[in-house]
Design a protein around this ligand. Sequence first.
Ligand SMILES: [Zn+2]
Length: 473
Amino acid sequence: MTYEAVIGLETHVQLKTRSKMWCGCANEFGAPPNSRVCPVCLGLPGVLPVANEEALRLTALTGLLLNGEIPPYAKFDRKNYFYPDMPKNYQITQYDKPSAVHGFVEFEGCGGLARVNITRAHLEEDVGKNFHFERNSGVDFNRAGVPLLEIVSEPEITGPQMAYDYLNALVEILRYGGISDCDMEKGEVRCDVNVSVRPQGSADLGKKIEIKNMNSFSAVRRALEHEIPRQIEVLQKGGLLTQETRRWDDAGGLTETMRSKEMAHDYRYFPEPDLMPFAPTQDWLAEVKKRVVELPLAKKQRLMRQYQLPASDAQTFTWDRPLGDYFEKIAPRAKNPKAAANWIINNLRAKLAGTGRALADLKFPSEYILDLVELVESRQISSSIAQQVFAEMFDSGLTPKAIVEKNGWGQVSDAGAIEAFCDQAIAAHPGPVADYKAGKAAALNFLKGQVMKSSKGKANPNLVGQILERKLK
Ligand SMILES: [Zn+2]
């Protein structure tokens, strides 16, 4: 019997707000332990939460960016459980009335366009972080009460690579929308994986196994690559799987049982009595809609269509947003957008990386890229000279034309001057000349190279080729 995997992902991302979800404490990474806390986020008795409106806006915006709906009514609930990093013994979340529902993420993968539907996106708060030392343990509550958005996918993902592609597409959308920086190093994205297997084509779902708290997408992929065959093997040997929560041991490359899975009723969810349900008004939603941006995939497709860029260039401009913006500033006026893209991707990006300079600090205006392309296309300079012009333009900020004039780099298209160089090359290299005459076409390139060298790269290469051929006939 062949089996298929059914995977659903719950992705928690930290929202990009200045303050925490229910209090005014800074939402800030890396501060000294317990320096960004107050009675509210410490969960002291009697305090009252006040919802962070920007977090509500970012949640609605996420719903819109994920092609979802914003329900007219959302509410907050208490999820009750005890853990030392959460002293109030409940987490405020959204149980049955989330802030965004029914969307989808479209992405490139599986050899084409793939789509994963989104069940819901709901707001909740983060908890503190436990630290264990040699003789004691401590809790840092700086993270307690930081707004988290949990984005729940439908169980439609069929394999480890699809899960990986979906997650990357999702965080790219969230970064684009300014929802979250999704910085993995800072733990701003965490993922719970639900995975089961079933006989191919079966409509029933197998026993769902959850792998908790994965903080890198490659770990999600590796965990699934391990977990799916493990489940299949258990079933093939006639064993039974039980619903449980497992932990991924990245170093060991295996999953292990953490606890049998709790059911929703174990948490005793009930409406949070200290927070009003949230009913967004039309005006409020209209303000949020103004913040909707073009999605990364749509941008890539548009760049390919509008400027005839190859997929790889369009992808580079999508991933590196400032570089893409730089290109789009000049692209509408470019006669040859692909050539401008080449200069930006191959030369400018390398120079920026090499010098540590930012796009904003460039000494030359972006139009100079177009001027440079124009000089090459009109054959006023050769492409090797253009490289030198670019380097000098980057350092001095002078116009390409001024640099060419200053250095006397203008391409020699004067047939007389080129003929003289060709005569010299023919006289100096009788061997290759004889080879060429004997039918070795490649020998012409050698002679061409000699002419380019003696003209210091300034001779028009096409003209050189024509003149040499004529002379050697
Ligand atoms: Zn606080």
